[in-house]
Design a protein. Structure first.
Length: 227
């Protein structure tokens, strides 16, 4: 049985001629470095059918499932709405059933310890208030927005904002309408908004015209919708 010798990274590896093609493909896959565009493309296939993706990967050179999971898990989470999350959700929505696109928008604030911390990866200082109407203060709360499936079991954080005390009703209104518009733009259909009874939230709902007799609000976002 004839043998071949090839160089891989730091050393020489002996290959057997009867399986040399598969071995070379395997060795090449070990050293692949996928671009973000290639990973997003692979995710679009993976979300359509996991079985089909595994079948394609047995023939074509595609990222492993672990690589895709690591890519999704490594998405940078910076203050504000996460653009990369909306891009990935847009690919997922394409293969959702119509009823699975119905979702709930949840927002709430949580207390934080006042602290400034340097982020070496982004070369920024975290812990500063970054709201549309307030900046340059040390935060003590975080405002978080999340979407959750109404007829399907899924949930996804959409973004967060550092705040000092409670965010004002006008700021909440701007952020909420932005969330609704972004969700509609990728194909999701928000039908419910959930929040607690904080004074700023009550002021927000009153400003939107919500009453006991009219417990919904009409918002024009890609058409007339009620929440």
């Amino acid at each position: 049985m004839q043998q071949y010798m090839t160089r891989y990274e730091t050393g020489w590896i002996w290959l057997i001629d009867c399986d040399i093609e598969n071995m070379i493909l395997w060795l090449c896959s070990l050293g692949c470095r996928w671009t973000d565009e290639e990973k997003v493309f692979a995710l679009s296939i993976y979300y359509r059918s996991r079985q089909a993706y595994c079948l394609l990967r047995s023939t074509f050179s595609l990222p492993s499932q672990r690589t895709l999971q690591s890519f999704v898990g490594s998405i940078p989470a910076s203050c504000g709405f996460m653009e990369s999350v909306f891009q990935l959700m847009a690919e997922k929505v394409k293969v959702m059933e119509p009823t699975h696109r119905l979702c709930v928008v949840v927002f709430d604030e949580m207390s934080l310890r006042k602290e400034l911390r340097y982020n070496p990866a982004a070369d920024t200082v975290d812990g500063v208030v970054e709201l549309p109407d307030r900046r340059n203060e040390v935060c003590n709360q975080a405002l978080v927005f999340m979407a959750r499936g109404l007829a399907a079991n899924w949930k996804q954080p959409l973004g967060f904002f550092f705040s000092s005390n409670a965010a004002g009703s006008s700021c909440l209104r701007e952020l909420l309408l932005t969330v609704l518009e972004r969700l509609f733009s990728i194909g999701l259909v928000p039908v419910v908004v959930v929040c607690d009874q904080a004074s700023t939230n009550r002021s927000l709902l009153s400003g939107l015209g919500v009453t006991l007799d009219k417990p919904y609000v009409e918002v024009i976002v890609f058409g007339l919708c009620k929440f």
